[in-house]
Design a protein around this ligand. Sequence first.
Ligand code: PEP
Ligand code: MG
Length: 567
Amino acid sequence: MRKGMGVSQGIAIGPAMVYKTRVIELTHRMITVNDVESEKKKAEAAIAGAKAELQNILDALDPKKDRAKCDLIEVQIELAADPMLQSKVNQYIEVSYRNVGDAVILAAEDIAKQFDGFCNEYYRARAVDIRDIGERLAAQAFGIKRASLARMETPSIVFAKDISPSETVMMDKEKVLAFVTELGSQTSHTAILAKMLEIPAVVGVSVEGVMDGERTMVDGATGEVLVLPSDAELATYEKRRKNFLDKRASLKKLRALSATTTDGYTVELCINIADPRETAKIKEAGADGVGLFRTEFLYMDAKELPGEEEQFNAYKMAAVSAEGRPVVIRTLDIGGDKTLPYLPIPQEANPFLGYRAIRLCLDRPDIFKAQLRAILRASAFGRLEIMFPMIGSMNQLYRAKQVVEECKKELAGQNIPFDAKIPVGMMVEIPSAAAAAQLFAKASDFFSIGTNDLCQYALAVDRMNVKISDLYNHFNPGVLRLIRNTIRAANEAGIMARMCGEMAADAAAAPLLLGMGLNEFSMNPASLPYIKDKVRGTSMARAKDIAEKAMEMDSAIDIQNYLEDLQ
Ligand code: PEP
Ligand code: MG
């Protein structure tokens, strides 16, 4: 048995699909003059094959639901037929005696390099598409079946070294039974997406030696991964899966009930989403609204920066389908492990500490304003709130709010309706902001504690690094003091104390956070019933006691054990 870290609960049993992002490399095999004509014919066939392959993908997509994906594929079809690419391929074959596979890779690379040099972001982004088409053509020429998470034939458990958040966005959600990756962590965005999609996932496991099609089993709660299980093991897992599904079904009964403690204190439970269509899950999960809309995934699912109109439609859809419940929209939080091919950020030694989120938005008012105008316009259709990520100084908060005011003025001047009283708040995920929460509370309509980043910055532990993941623990007494101070500052200032990091989905942490005075927990919809169950089984008086006791302890492990034993 292989053991990793379970990051998204659920049990899956199915064939393995070993996913490699870049499988095709130059062979450096030269051809002779006699092979030139036949290699050129193979090039033609490879182009025709790639076009047919792409057309099949396109035909299987719903243009209404998957507009961005359709656009991407259409661009690739055009590129595959590009005469410049074809003539370069022929040149490599005729002049340099390269075999067809190597010729297409080299030709695509030559063209991609020219696009790399453009100042215009749109053209620079084309380089990624061209390299991809080169790989697709080479796969055709070499007769290699190229794995794709966007289109899988058989429902499978995906084994990979790593899966990027953008690959997760593109994948076929019906066919991925579970993920197993070597890299990643509890709070990596791939894990976060897996939870949102309710796909079991395990990270930090070697995928060495796993073969395509082998029967495998994954337990996303315990982190267990079995390859070629025995019949006895299979029976145990089937039973475990049944229990898990039964428990989940029984918790669904809580849907219509509020998250009220036994002594009558009610908190809000909200869901985190990455796509406006997920707003529908509010009702399904029995939630009070959306506590975090990670808008960057709208940008990742596109081939260029989404414009104001496109974003307006997405936010309007969220506002309308929330049916009067609040939806907290976080402004673009790109950078760190989330990148956009069409918005290249120069290589950084520490991307999580770099040019990202609000820092980038304040530097790029064109991007920031398009998003803020879209949110403001959509606010006329429901209860939207604006939230800034990665606020580290009061100056940043004031500047960001200033841009909101500018957008409001512009819209008012154009007679475009918006909610003039839209709440504007901030994420507390940088330790300096948590320590000085009393200052920020004066200028923010609410706080939402982002424990994923708060933890990594407070503990100086990279949230993506599997090697040191044992050091990453939200029960660390230092982290808890930052959280307690933030909640206290919010309570004293009379603003909402929310939490939207992964800690909000940890059932063991719920009484502690409740006792500290947290008003809203926001999480992946699958975890919500567990937290509701926990809140409904606790009294506020007891939660306060629990928080007090936990804060007297001096180690994360002691606190964790104490809280887990209470369950
Ligand atoms: C966080 O940092 O806790 C958070 C919710 O934001 P993200 O995980 O998207 O960085
Ligand atoms: Mg964050």
